[in-house]
Design a protein around this ligand. Sequence first.
Ligand code: ZN
Length: 366
Amino acid sequence: MAKKDRKIVILGAGASIGSKRFPIRSSHDQFRDTMPSAENFFFDLFKVNNPENKYLNSLNFLGLTYEGLHDLIVRSWNINNDGFDPNEWKGVNIEEVMTFFEVGSNMHPKGSNEQKMFNKAQEYLLSFLNPFMPMICEDQHCEYLLQVFWQLDKSDSIISYNWDTIAEFTLQEAARMKRGELAQLRNYAKLLREESINPTEYRSRGILLKLHGSFNWMMCENKECHSFNKIAAPFQPRKYKLLKLRETWNCPTCGGKRLKPLIVPPVSNKMIHKNSFLKNQWMIAREKLIDVTELIFIGYSFPPTDYYTEWLFRQLNFIENRHPLKVTVVNPEFGKRNTYVTRRYNNIFKGAEITGFKTLKDYVKN
Ligand SMILES: [Zn+2]
């Protein structure tokens, strides 16, 4: 029997940045037409695209809203803060900042002022990112990803490591263009609504999986509520249309406003197997590998701290009579001799045919 192609698109932190936001409808949209990268997160975030005032090309949003958090980063990263120079923020990586706070809060004695400071910093950073990041993504799609998603078959899947919501809004746009529903978005909504999950049932259903959580997976913190600590599916009731950001701020069960998004910060991988919903998503991803013929990695670089991802893709070696695997890597670092990214892909996918593209635009054009 001829084997049908089965693709999985994997979106890493670089996938959202390569993306060009669309549509640009207001001057606020115009202000920010690309997504920030993990590597230069704050530098990118502070950049503004202001056609009316060419001297105002950068604004310190963090300093304006969370002064204490701002000052802690300035101090720890040795940023020269005499007057605001955005270039000083180059290389301040959001994942490294989160990791730094996390380590700090674990190293200092319980109840000490230092521990309190790091705990507060973690809390404030999340309050800064949310709703700031989902606001950037609201109703936006990436034009390049749209073309990738458009060509997916109904059994192909998407795995995202990002908390932002560009992927789902792009899927929604692809569905709109096809004048219908898209398997990946529909099955993602069903999964979020499921009372109990059996990963094997998802083997041939195309789906979107968000392995590190999402800014719109809101969990009610009201202990009296029937939905306490459960994710409210970010979709309109009984439909497959995504909620607007504001609509995710009230608990659909108790109406309360004490909600918190389910997201896994880097190095907090240990949270993954403690949360059964997240763990099930990883097991679904593993199930998908059984039939996969092509893996397309966009903006993912296999960081050494991502033990779970390495575990996941090494599962390929346990599958009997596996189909020949094609690996496509969209990452400017892949293909350069001896770069970390090149070595990691060659090591993890030993024996597979690997093709590289520098940018998402290049990939889509070819
Ligand atoms: Zn509630």
